[in-house]
Design a protein around this ligand. Structure first.
Ligand SMILES: O=C(O)C(=O)C[C@@H](O)[C@H](O)[C@H](O)COP(=O)(O)O
Length: 358
């Protein structure tokens, strides 16, 4: 078991990573809770809700609310439904919400916890690789049809309990989604880490020890950034590498049509190509593209239109005065933010999508 404590200017919580630790949840709860609402999705509910319930204190009143699996559930309708469930189950300010699932559940349940009675405790029990990113750092949100995570807050959990036994049997699509964020953490931090990830076959031959090593390194990269800039005034924007285009693709296609990580993967390729052109440098564009292709990431999305994507990128949270801001790289481990005019962006994107065959 590995414990990393996240300390920001306003709070502190532990991220506990280990195998079989769902069976020890009660050891990691920061206090006694009498009323607990587990929020999960249809797939994870069948797999893990009973184990989680069994390992919570028997004195607590425990209820479970289930939303349909998939990004489309990060919606105002499901958010409202869950608030109604919290009221019906009589949660009060001493109650606990447990987010049991992947990034969608963590963001949605976290936003419910952040806003119910102006904020009650929540813990994250991630069950996907993607959630090594989303469960740490306190970003909680729901989507608007016009843009990803446009409605949200910074609201950290009181603990993250990450049972790695839940990960190795994930479907390949989920592995791809999560590993895009692992690759991202490599690109913004460290050549050796990146190199190792790009050597890893994540579908047929992903070994537990390798996965856990990558997750711990990714969490450490994220923790280091979040501890210095929790509210994203400056360096936290670097964690958005690949997301400016990635989020635009997700909202343009309709949430859940491709996974978050698959969209971010395309966004990272674009950011690397823009970086190479902007700074006249060479970065591992082709090694990344080869790795993505080898692991089955969809790179050719026929319906994407440049002007529509540019309009969506302008709604990104990093934009100022409707000018798109992208995270670029001056080298591996050297992220930087850059404002890009609409015209330049259109030209770059046109060329990029043509090359990808979209
Ligand atoms: O934690 C962050 O900061 C990130 O940007 C990490 C992203 O990988 C993550 O997908 C995040 O939820 C996106 O946040 P957003 O603020 O760009 O919506």
């Amino acid at each position: 078991m590995h414990k990393q404590t996240i300390t920001t200017s306003t709070n502190q919580y532990d991220v506990i990573v280990g195998n079989g630790i769902i069976d020890k949840i009660d050891e990691f709860l920061p206090k006694e809770y009498h009323n607990i609402l587990i929020i999960t999705d249809t797939i994870v509910n069948d797999l893990y809700s009973d184990s989680v319930k069994k390992n919570l204190p028997s004195s607590a009143h425990i209820s479970v609310s289930v939303v349909p699996a998939g990004e489309a559930s990060k919606s105002i309708d499901q958010y409202y439904r869950l608030l109604t469930a919290a009221i019906e189950h009589q949660l009060d300010r001493q109650s606990l919400i447990i987010a049991l699932g992947g990034g969608m559940i963590g963001d949605l349940a976290g936003f419910v916890a952040a806003t119910y009675m102006r904020g009650i405790h929540f813990i994250q029990i991630p069950t996907t690789i993607l959630a090594h990113d989303s469960s740490v750092g306190g970003k909680v949100a729901i989507n608007h049809p016009e843009g990803k995570n446009l409605i949200g807050n910074f609201y950290p959990p009181v603990a993250v309990i990450y049972d790695t036994d839940t990960l190795i049997s994930l479907p390949d699509k989920e592995k791809r989604s999560g590993y895009a964020e692992v690759v991202k953490h490599g690109f913004i931090s460290d050549q050796d880490f990146l190199h190792d990830v790009l050597q890893t076959d994540i579908t047929s031959q992903l070994h537990a020890a390798k996965l856990i090593d990558h997750l711990q390194k990714g969490i450490a990269v994220k923790a280091n950034v979040v501890e210095k800039d929790e509210k994203e005034s400056n360096i936290r924007k670097f964690l958005n590498f690949g997301h400016t285009l990635g989020h635009a693709i997700e909202s343009e296609l309709g949430y859940g049509k491709i996974t978050h990580g698959e969209a971010v993967a395309i966004g990272m390729l674009f950011a690397i190509q823009v970086s190479e052109k902007t700074y006249d440098i060479t970065l591992p564009y082709h090694p990344l593209k080869n790795w993505l292709e080898k692991n089955g990431y969809p790179l050719n999305i026929p319906s994407l239109q440049v002007e529509r994507l540019v309009e969506r990128m302008k709604k990104d949270k990093k934009s100022e005065n409707a000018t798109v801001q992208m995270v670029l790289l001056k080298g591996i481990g050297e992220p930087i933010t850059e404002n890009i005019t609409d015209q330049a962006l259109s030209n770059l994107l046109e060329n990029f999508l043509r090359e990808l065959g979209s």
